[in-house]
Design a protein around this ligand. Sequence first.
Ligand code: GAP
Length: 513
Amino acid sequence: MANQEDIFKNIISHSKEYGFIFQSSEIYDGLSAVYDYGQMGAELKKNLREYWWKAMVQMHENIVGIDAAIFMHPTTWKASGHVDAFNDPLIDNKDSKKRYRADVLIEEHVSKIEDKINKEVEKAAKRFENFDAAMYKSTNARVLEYQAQIDSINKRFKDALEANNLEEVRQIIIDCEIVCPISGTKNWTEVRQFNLMFSTSMGAVTEDSNIIYLRPETAQGIFVNFLNVQKTGRMKIPFGIAQTGKAFRNEIVARQFIFRMREFEQMEMQFFVRPGTEMEWYNYWKETRMKWHKSLGFGDENYRYHDHLKLAHYANAACDIEFSFPFGFKELEGIHSRTDFDLKAHEQHSGKKLQYFDPEINQSYVPYVVETSVGLDRLFLATLAKAYVEEKLEDGTTRVALNLPAFLAPIKVAVLPLLKKDGLPEKAREIIDLLKYDHATTFDEKDTIGKRYRRQDAIGTPFCITVDHQSLEDNTVTIRYRDTMQQERVTIDSLAKIIDDKVSFKKALQALK
Ligand code: GAP
């Protein structure tokens, strides 16, 4: 059986072969950690975005959507803290000349110790009947020792970051005997902070005062529009503002395909609440967003929460929704209770009041904010990773299919004339004309029908309609279902109903209630 690494490689080549994802500027050997979405990828990405938008905006009468510009006044990023604190701690290995994120080196070291604990627990589970993992973890000496190591490293690291003590961060790396994976040595430089924002200049003159940033998150476009939307939309607290759009980060360790990119897309929502009610809403959004992810049907066991112990200075609670990617459980979405930090900071820097008059308590205040923030590209990768299947069929052949929920599929219906003659292509085009106003359709007359079915399976098309000679006589066709590969004969008139039902977002959205 192929291991996760091989499957991941297959997914990457499948993405390219079928027009989902290409490396950016590939003819010039590409640009690191930047990717383009091809003809199939753009459709799938659009459908994922639409599902999020419908669930967040269309399904909530107190959430509205905006589309703010990527460029923002530079003071925005001073107020948000990004100019001073949106940094990654970097360290170089002097022998390999490779650069690493110091925090990632330490986190990877900790996760290796966690693996040791899991192995001990697995071994014990095989040895003892009525095994109780929690009890074992709290009593076994070796496990306790590993756990103590983890706690001590985490504490030192947290304290070092809080004190901005980069020398101590380096010392942790030395004390943990972390080696460079390339050179295998511990010959490390000092740790330096590196700001992740991309900058450019506005206007013809390149002066410091003209420097503007490419936004590193979409959230600030929402904060600076808080009052505009609240007033023009006559919004009453609690209410939310959502948006999707590009964000840019000069990531040092950019790898794992579209997991960590330098240009990526976020889908964020800021929910403005009365101070004191934020934990209630934080828990509400934590659950609601988890339910949304699980509704995609990729298996509940592939999701888990990771509650943050180290909180950012602006947050009073935060967690990630993690997903089981082919390279392990990693962050897919962040839910943060951001207090009134951002609005207050924008008040101070702009000199404008960003307050809400709450008629229920007859008071004005700066609202608290609960944020949900998911990366569209990560969601795309999660979707591909779980939809991609290589299955052995009874006839000994292998079928590669994308088992996408029908509403996400890039193409909903492929119409295939059995032959390129006898009026079958013309009849097929009539069917396309019937369906194309509501659905993404495609026409394919090349190769055997079997090969054409396989091509559609590979891009996740849920329905293939085959037009044969009988179709000309009685207006019936065969419809083939991707998941079961079953075929049935139906009238052309009934096609719209069969397909509409299965590909609409409606059922998935209704199940979220
Ligand atoms: N406004 C909050 C915020 O930006 P974040 O945890 O930095 O929080 C939110 O980012 C989400 O954006 C992440 O959970 C992830 O899905 C996505 N994301 C962040 N950096 C990314 C990158 N370099 N490439 C792809 N997606 C990224």
